[in-house]
Ligand binder design. Structure first.
Ligand code: NOJ
Ligand code: CA
Length: 567
């Protein structure tokens, strides 16, 4: 679907509420905390917020397990606080996307409680209940599928029965049945409720999975050591998904001026993305996929050595180009390096040895590609991965907890697991925002859920950077002001995008060819490299070093040096 002009030329910011700002010192970030930082966000130039889930939840998966869609979780504040947030954001020209979880509820949601207690209730069919398989005396789950959080996709219903329910995430997150029209109506009503309240749109969680292979036949792919099969095609991007969303669009979205960003995960191909986001035929506006988030080999790197983790710059360029070529003429696209499900971008593609230079380089490289950029909170001050000491430090993530259980059972040492989690865990990106040098980095005076990253004492905090014109923070502000410039925006959105020197193994360079040429050149390495450039540039719009080294048509690029040029 084509978005309305209201949403053009915006730069997004992703907030993980529990870790952003705590207003009442209970150790949990909250809506009043976000409100207190709106001026900060507006000052940097962010004008589109995606806020991870705020609804009532037992927090098994930190709010992605919703037990009441109509109530803000008391940890985050009240329904009134949400209204205030919307009003205050709008006053500052900022629009708000709520994170809307459609694939599952919490097992504590009244629908599921009813479904459990009364098998003849209408709610029973809001979920997937199936009989287990009997092998002799043994009761086994209905099939061999493995979910995203390292367990079977089936959990036994308590009591004297053979029933199981289906969940692709944790066992406290039963999947809902989108085949059921009454269930779909429930979600339409929730969406209308928030759009009527003034919310500007949604980030639609786990959207790819709404339709499943409801034959629930076991997969014939090779099983893992526990006998489970990770066959995500059984519950990802299946044909019925598109008809569900078409109906959602007809019933709800098309009646509002809203922005819809779907989260569609790893297996997505551009043609399937377009089925969702095509200007003319798609039910939503854009889809996040994970294609550009892990191009350093860290994903699944349990048995890899540190030296094997290295950004494949050519593969990264190819991935961005592939998506641009397939989608840009027919769809908007979100741009992002990281979010709350990934390690910090700076640790993936940058370097903590060149924290400031690499944070700036990543910002500049992302910001000027075609699409709507989303910056993850804290990236604007150079936040990076944690160095925790034991697997338990990561257990606020149920996925990491389950995975640790499996790996321990397979014989991995805690030291090995910790090393792996420090590199890959989602908890890396869920540590408190670093506001100043005070207690817990100014996030809260109470202990936060995830321990604060010690680097807040080394300049990685807002207070130290905000008045320093050379800081990472001020660079983001400056680059974002360029991105908002209508002339630049026109080049970015409509100039022809090309990668420059695709075979260069170290440099990420591209151009947009329009009324003028806009060029980004970034050294993605922590060492000096060279880049040939045969154009005369009229302006250096953005640069992260003090002087320019350009002789005989060759740029000498120091570690993570980045340019935005006008040619
Ligand atoms: C995607 C969310 O981004 C992630 O944090 C969550 O664990 C799953 N969906 C389940 O809702
Ligand atoms: Ca709080």
């Amino acid at each position: 679907m084509k978005r309305s002009p209201k949403f053009d030329n915006r730069v997004g910011y992703i907030i993980y509420p529990a870790a952003f700002k705590d207003s009442n010192d209970d150790g949990i970030g909250d809506i009043q905390g976000i409100i207190s930082k709106l001026d900060y966000l507006a000052y940097i130039g962010f004008d589109l917020l995606w806020i991870c889930p705020l609804f009532r939840s037992p927090m098994d998966d930190n709010g992605y397990d919703v037990s009441d869609y109509y109530q803000i979780d008391p940890r985050f504040g009240s329904n009134e606080d949400l209204k205030t947030l919307i009003e205050e954001a709008h006053k500052r020209g900022i629009v708000i996307l709520l994170d809307f979880v459609l694939n599952h509820t919490s097992d504590e949601h009244p629908w599921f409680q009813k479904a459990l207690s009364d098998p003849s209730s209408k709610e029973r069919d809001y979920y997937f209940f199936r009989k287990g398989r009997r092998e002799g005396d043994k009761l086994l789950p209905p099939n061999n599928w493995k979910g995203f959080f390292s367990t079977s996709t089936w959990e036994k219903v308590p009591g004297d029965n053979d029933d199981y329910y289906f969940h692709i995430f944790s066992k406290k997150m039963p999947d809902v049945n989108w085949e059921n029209p009454a269930l779909r109506e429930e979600y339409y009503a929730i969406a209308r409720h928030y759009l009527d309240m003034g919310v500007d749109g949604f980030r639609l969680d786990a959207l790819a999975h709404l339709a499943k292979d409801t034959s629930f036949a076991s997969s014939s792919l090779p099983p893992d050591p526990e006998g489970l099969v990770y066959d995500t095609d059984r519950f990802s991007n299946r044909p019925a998904l598109y008809s569900y969303l078409r109906e959602f669009n007809d019933e709800v979205f098309s009646h509002y001026d809203c922005l819809l960003v779907g989260e569609v995960g790893g297996n997505l191909t551009p043609d399937k993305a377009l089925l969702l986001s095509d200007f003319d035929t798609g039910p939503i506006h854009m889809v996040f996929n994970f294609a550009t988030a892990w191009v350093n080999g860290a994903f699944g790197s349990l048995d890899k050595k540190d030296e094997d983790i290295r950004t494949d710059v050519i593969a990264l360029k190819k991935e961005f180009l592939k998506w641009y070529q397939a989608c840009s003429a027919r769809s908007d696209m979100p741009l992002y390096w990281d979010n709350h499900d990934h390690p910090r971008a700076l640790s993936q593609y940058g370097s903590i040895l060149y924290r400031e230079k690499s944070a700036k380089a990543l910002c500049n490289t992302l910001l000027f590609m075609y699409g709507t950029p989303f910056i993850y909170y804290g990236d604007e001050i150079g936040m990076s991965n944690v160095t925790y000491e034991k697997p338990e430090d990561f257990f606020s993530d149920v996925g990491n907890h389950n995975e640790t259980d499996v790996l321990r059972a397979r014989g991995y040492s805690d030291e090995h697991i910790t090393h792996y989690l420090n590199r890959t865990s989602r908890v890396n990106s869920r540590t408190p925002m670093q506001w100043d040098k005070g207690q817990n980095a100014g996030f809260s005076s109470a202990a936060p859920i995830n321990k604060v990253n010690g680097n807040y004492l080394e300049g990685v905090n807002v207070a130290d950077q905000i008045d320093d014109p050379f800081s990472t923070l001020r660079f983001f502000k400056y680059a974002i002001s360029k991105r908002h410039d209508p002339f630049i925006n026109e080049l970015v959105q409509h100039g022809k995008f090309e990668i420059l020197d695709m075979p260069h193994p170290d440099v990420f360079a591209y151009t947009h060819d329009g009324a003028k040429k806009l060029v980004v050149i970034t050294n993605m390495r922590p060492y000096t490299v060279y880049f040939s450039f045969y154009n005369n540039f009229s302006d250096i719009l953005v640069h992260n070093y003090g002087d320019v080294i350009f002789t005989n048509h060759v740029f000498e690029l120091r570690p993570f040096e980045t340019y935005l040029l006008l040619v």
